[in-house]
Design a protein around this ligand. Sequence first.
Ligand code: SF4
Length: 369
Amino acid sequence: MAENLEEILKRIEGDADLIQGLLAELCAHIKEPLTLMEVCGTHTHAISKTGIRRALAGKVRLLSGPGCPVCVTSDADIDRFIELSRMPDVVVTTFGDMLHVPGSESSLANERDQGRDIRIVYSPLDALAMAEREPDKEFCFLGVGFETTAPAILATVAEARRRGINNFSIYAAFKLIPPALRMIAAHPDLAIEGLILPGHVSAVIGSEPYRFLADEFKRPCVITGFEGADILQAILMIADQIKEGEPCLEIQYKRVVTKEGNKAALKIMEGMCDVKDSMWRGLGTIPESELKLKEAWKDFDAEHKLSLPPMEYKETADAKGCRCGEVLLGKIIPPDCPLFAEACTTSNPIGPCMVSSEGACSAYYKYER
Ligand code: SF4
């Protein structure tokens, strides 16, 4: 898809003069090409859709990180979701993106085709309402997401207890972003010079949990918003930090993100969950990177309530030559996968990065071919 800068500029949302100025400033600042990682699926899609990646080609290489919760959910977890769906009188409820993600031998979509009761909902409250209407069944909601999603799902569990709805549970698989970034910053094969940090997660956790990236790992990092001008400004701030040789943590998205984060949301997560080690697709086991329900909430914890056997951590190869694991680590970009746009498309996805609307492969497929 050949585009000139004029065409790209038209697609970057926001004030045209501001954007043109930011691009000119970036081009003047950057002498050596930079390799940065954006750690949010929404940023990846914005960067692809607006054409920012193409506008900065040769100056900035933007790699996508593990910023899509569906994509980083392990095979082992998906196998357990499938196990739940096969139990009698258990209804699995989930956001739609999870349906087609492959486990080690099946997917929820396959199971649904075989008659399992798997329902798509738009909110955990929808699942709670179903549980209230159908008291003879157990409704299990799949709690997949980052710090952004967890508080609303946990609040639904608290609401279920308050209203005495006892046929509702969740499978808590809430991943935490800072431990994944520690793993990426420490990875010997990844030469990421700076990080574009997520706006939504940061609105909940605040800026401080990322401070180690600058202090310990000397990586410039900027929390940013989702408009074209936000992203360009964040890249410029990182380029400035690199130029000055002073890596630090900055907030570009000050209209939403504070140092302390959302205290009410943090209180819910701390009050209801313990932090555990977790298996991430492509990244392996990351210490203290997942929230699980505390003992006091075990009556709403599907793993306990429905007696799932202990989790078997296993790293299976991605299905059918899919290279999502390497995409999630920033080792390759989606077009480097031989299946990209050939065997693997958004209408016939093979791996989670093409399945999920937040996945890097789906972003490249939709906007960068
Ligand atoms: S293009 Fe498809 S097969 Fe290749 S890494 Fe992406 S999702 Fe996996």
